[in-house]
Write a new protein. Sequence first.
Length: 262
Amino acid sequence: MAALDAVGGYECVGALGRHDPVERAASGVELLVIATPDAEVARAASKVAPVEGTVVVHLSGSLGLDVLAPHTRRGSLHPLVPLPSPEVGAVRLRSGVTFAVAGDPMTVELARALGGTPLTVDDDRRTSYHAAASIAANHLVALIGQVERVAASAGLPLGAFAGLMRAATDDAFSLGPRAALTGPAARGDWDTVERHREELAAMSGHRTELAAYDAMVGLARRLSLDTALPSDPAVSPKAADARSEAGPVGGREPMDGEVRVA
């Protein structure tokens, strides 16, 4: 809640831990935030006595609103940004990130108060949304971990590849993933791909490296063959033109209120 305290308009009146009594946590506040691990959200919400007018919000990306029963005013607020520590999180939450919101309109107010962009994700699409978020963050970091290991076998540090990774990521967002794709799988250069595979297979204890490489070659090849529809609202004219040239291969103001975290 340090991020909300910093933007003003909200006052955090306290935080409750796992060993604190929470039955009256919704009393005397306009907003109760349940910030437990996903598996504990429903249990925590069920222990809190409902209070008419108090909004109860969870921060899970994968859960729907049903886990907040029996509370009437329910919401979810999930920031699309890594939060490795409270200090880093307090800054990143106010850096203009996207928030997946659902339920009570107060979730939109909270996202906007933090300077973010609220996007509504309904319960029936929550799992797909969270899978995409996990791929975007967790899988990307795991893939960079593979770069580090394979680079080390060539006597090179991870930092040597930083410019390449950043440029590729920037291109993917500015041009679209298909137009940004380069490399042997996109070109159909299977001799090079096979040499990569042989080298990875020869590395002692690196069976997972080859399996991961094969999986990513498959995804790269699929992407290179995908045809993006220019009518897709997510595809800009610039991106659509670039893909065509590539060919088939290749708010309201925040209210004054009090907040409690459970």
